[in-house]
Every structure is written in structure tokens, then in C-alpha cells.
Design a protein around this ligand. Structure first.
Ligand code: SF4
Length: 401
């Protein structure tokens, strides 16, 4: 059996999501500081939060990569050295960069490994060799590259490669698009992409209004590569990336859990059984998503990867209703409520490993032990203890459409 296994790299839009992703099994997380990253709408990390996040991850043998993948002007570039010095001091495991000037500046200042962002759209061996010569240790390949070609790039350029395995897609070569700039005044390459390609547009054929047709014709389905995990392993892809720094805690936890469990299972058994795959796939259905596609992971994406249904058509979506703050026979389960639920509702606690724990919330009290019939967001409530429930686990509930 192969002894080469990729890492599962999860998105962490804030410190709490970082902790969730690591506890649910991610081997590494990628995060953004307050500047230079491409997700201005994510909460992003203050310097203190970055320090705490790195410590938390390292104590659990997980790595932290910091994104610096915005395209910068000269005045922005001059602010980089101070930030790099800080990242060096807190021992981040890599920075993710796309701008040539930033690569040069970072390489001249530090020995922190440099990963080339997917924004650079690296698709071939020669480009990978170029980035290696510029000081990069890993390339996050463009989403247009197949797993087979990624293996070839790795072998011939002798550099680590990272590929997206799950999440939303960019309709353009990642970020090389200005639809958002022109329709929303938000710059995709400076952290402001409004995902304009995912909106519904009207096709106007001219002659009369009857010929107008509304469609999501520029919008891609979401990527999902669970079934082809063995191909990634066989090509010795170094890192499997889950998109979505702006997505929910439940997304960060569920994705980290599903992909790391599937990987561990394959590592142990050398195969997947169909019932295991079905149970992981059913977990992937429980987070908000569009229909799934393998996009270009095996063959170039075709018309079947275009999303042309209404969003949120799923009738089995789940939402996070809370996070476990304490759990013991003495204290019961102390829950921080995120979304309201009622006495008598069925809820599930997402275990760190294995099946979720289903319970019916027959008995809910506040922390003064007064009965509660409907919980309120941002309050603490108690439920009777159930074996297997641990601090930091997420609690979810099915919401019918
Ligand atoms: S609008 Fe869509 S295609 Fe353009 S950069 Fe954003 S996600 Fe990519």
C-alpha cells in the first residue's frame, strides 16, 4: 500500500473556524490577516488571533498557511516586510502568494515556505519550474488541471502540488475576471469578488421581451472530489484544499471531518466500501451547496458542470444551532446557541470521529436551571449529558425548505 498521503487543508475565515477545522481533523488550515488576502468579507485574523491560531494548530500537529494573494500596488508592497517579520516570529508554516513582486519580497526577507496561489493559474510544468526558481516550495494549481497532469507537474518540476478537492468554483481562470469590478464595483483581485458569475442573468435576444430567458449561465456547480481520493493518492498530490474561508463553521467542521475520515479509512484499508462512501456523501449533502461536479479533475469540465437550477433547492439542508462549551455527567451539555430550536426538536451533535449523535431535546434549561421551551441565539442552555459529546463539537438541525 502507498505510504504517501496528502494533507487535508481546510479554510478558516476566523479563529473559531480554525479551531473547529483542526478539531474535526484538518491537517492544515489557511487563514487571512487583515490585509493582503483575497477575502475582504471574511472576518480575517488580527495579529493576536494569528498568534493564538498558530499555537492552537501546532499543539495539535496541524499547520497554518497565511494568504497574501492579493495583487499589490507599490504602496501596499512597502507594508509587507513588517507583516512578514511578524509571521516569521509566530512560526507560520507557509505564506500563499500570487503576485511576482510579493514572491520576490517575501523570498528576500524570510525562509517561510512560499506557496504559489491558485490566482497565479499555474497549469504546466514550465510555469511550475519558473515559480520554483523564484523561491516557491509548493504550487496551488489552477482548477483547470486534472489530477493526472498535476502528478506530472509534480514529478517533472520536482515541486509540491496542491489541488482543490471541494468547494465553490470560479467561472474564470481563478480571479482573472473583472465581472465583479464592473457589475458591483468590487475588485476580484484585491479581495472584493462579489461572485457575480453566480447570479441569475437575463439573456436578451433583442426582438421582443418574450425572448428574454433568465439563467445562471455563467455559474458553475460546486466541486466535489471525494470519490476520486484514490487518484489524488496515486498521483502523490501533496495537499487537498477545501475552498470556502467565508463559509460557515458547520461547513468548516463537516468538510474537515468527511475528507480526513475518508483519507484515514483509505490509508488503513487501501480501498473504500460503497456504504462508507455513501455515508460520507450524505454528510456532504448536509451543508449548503449547489449540485456537485468533479469539474476538470478527471476530464475537462463540460456543459454538465454549469449550474442551471435555482440555488438552495435542496430539501435536506442543515443549520448549526449551537456549539458545545462543556460536556460532563456533572455539568450536562452546556450549549452556546447560534440558531433557535425548540423543546422536543431532534438535533444532532457532529462527533469529531464517526457517526453524529442524534438526540431529542426533551429537557432544556437555562444555566440557572429554569426550563426553556424555545432557545434564543447568543444564550447558554443546558441539556442532559450524553456519552460521546465533547467540548467544541457542533450541533446541527435539519431545516426543511
Ligand atoms: S465573479 Fe466569479 S468568475 Fe469572476 S472572479 Fe469572482 S468567482 Fe471568479
Amino acid at each position: 500500500m502507498k505510504d504517501y498521503f496528502p494533507e487535508i487543508l481546510a479554510p478558516a475565515g476566523n479563529l473559531e473556524k480554525l479551531k473547529v477545522a483542526v478539531l474535526y481533523g484538518a491537517n492544515a488550515v489557511y487563514v487571512g490577516g487583515q490585509k493582503f488576502g483575497l477575502r475582504t468579507a471574511a472576518d480575517n485574523f488580527t495579529l493576536d488571533e494569528l498568534r493564538e491560531g498558530v499555537l492552537f494548530a501546532h499543539e495539535r500537529q496541524a499547520k497554518v498557511y497565511v494568504v497574501l494573494n492579493s495583487f499589490l500596488h507599490d504602496k501596499d508592497l512597502s507594508e509587507i516586510p513588517e507583516f512578514i517579520e511578524f509571521l516569521s516570529e509566530i512560526k507560520v508554516d507557509a505564506v500563499i502568494v500570487s503576485d511576482l513582486g510579493v514572491v520576490k519580497t517575501v523570498a528576500s526577507l524570510t525562509s517561510i515556505p512560499i506557496h504559489i496561489s491558485t490566482q497565479a493559474s499555474t497549469l504546466n510544468v514550465e510555469a511550475a519550474k519558473f515559480w520554483k526558481a523564484a523561491g516557491a516550495s509548493r504550487i496551488v494549481l489552477g482548477r483547470e488541471v486534472s489530477v493526472k497532469d498535476a502528478g506530472k507537474i509534480k514529478r517533472e518540476a520536482q515541486i509540491e502540488v496542491e489541488m482543490f478537492i471541494h468547494g465553490s468554483m470560479c467561472m474564470a481562470y481563478s480571479g482573472n475576471c473583472v465581472i465583479s469590478n464592473f457589475t458591483q464595483g468590487r475588485d476580484s483581485n484585491r479581495g472584493g469578488c462579489a461572485h457575480s458569475c453566480r447570479f441569475e442573468y437575463s439573456l436578451d435576444f433583442g426582438i421582443d421581451t418574450m425572448e428574454k430567458k433568465k439563467a445562471f449561465f455563467m455559474s458553475s456547480k460546486d466541486l466535489e472530489g471525494l470519490r476520486i481520493l484514490p487518484e489524488f493518492i496515486s498521483e502523490e498530490i501533496d495537499s487537498l484544499k477545501i475552498e470556502g474561508r467565508m463559509k460557515s463553521h458547520l461547513y468548516a467542521g463537516t468538510m474537515s471531518k468527511v475528507y480526513s475520515e475518508a483519507l484515514s479509512f483509505y490509508r488503513e484499508h487501501g480501498h473504500f466500501l460503497s456504504e462508507d462512501l455513501l455515508s460520507w456523501e450524505s454528510e456532504l449533502q448536509k451543508v449548503s451547496h449547489r449540485s456537485y461536479t468533479q469539474a476538470s479533475l478527471i476530464n475537462p469540465a463540460g456543459a454538465d458542470s454549469i449550474f442551471n437550477e435555482r440555488e438552495n433547492s435542496s430539501d435536506s439542508e442543515w443549520q448549526m444551532v449551537g456549539k458545545v462549551l462543556e460536556a460532563s455527567p456533572k455539568t450536562g451539555i452546556v450549549l452556546e446557541v447560534r440558531n433557535a430550536f425548540n423543546q422536543g426538536d431532534s438535533i444532532e451533535i457532529l462527533s469529531f470521529r464517526g457517526k453524529a449523535i442524534s438526540i431529542t431535546a426533551h429537557e432544556i434549561t437555562d444555566i440557572m436551571m429554569k426550563p426553556v421551551t424555545r432557545t434564543r441565539p447568543s444564550t447558554l442552555v443546558k441539556l442532559p449529558f450524553v456519552s460521546g459529546v465533547e467540548k467544541w463539537q457542533l450541533v446541527r438541525q435539519q431545516v426543511l425548505a
